[in-house]
Design a protein around this ligand. Structure first.
Ligand SMILES: [Ca+2]
Ligand SMILES: [Ca+2]
Length: 130
């Protein structure tokens, strides 16, 4: 775990650097796709997501997390076939990064980074390897 100072620009410049962002999303997708069938199941999304997002499990209720993941899953499973494909995943990631950026706003925010989190990738993209 390391600390970094970020703001909205950190997130938006990362997403807007298409090549870097798509590479990162692809890596995330492959990491989450545990059984390697090329799509993410409900469980795979849920298992890997907390880690990617630097979200702490321990501070939230189980029901709350279930609800959160079901909402995310249903929203981004655009064709409603019960799995998230790479294209759907890309939309999801883009939206999440922008949402996190809006949360930070323009004033610098101190955040704790977990290795391999998307936030970490965004910070490295702006400042180079930590
Ligand atoms: Ca899978
Ligand atoms: Ca789908």
């Amino acid at each position: 775990m390391s600390l970094a100072v970020v703001n909205e620009t950190t997130m938006t410049t990362f997403v807007e650097d298409r090549k870097a962002f798509e590479k990162c999303v692809k890596e995330c997708f492959e990491m989450l796709d545990v059984d390697g069938d090329g799509v993410l199941s409900r469980n795979e999304l849920r298992e890997g997501f907390c880690k990617l997002m630097s979200l702490g499990h321990e501070t939230r209720q189980k029901e709350e997390i279930d609800h959160l993941y079901n909402t995310i899953f249903n929203r981004f499973d655009e064709d409603q076939n019960g799995s998230i494909d790479p294209k759907e995943f890309m939309c999801l990631m883009r939206e999440i990064m922008f949402a996190m950026g809006r949360g930070f706003g323009n004033s610098p925010v101190l955040v704790a980074l977990e290795i391999d989190s998307l936030l970490m990738k965004a910070v490295e993209h702006e400042f180079g390897p930590i």
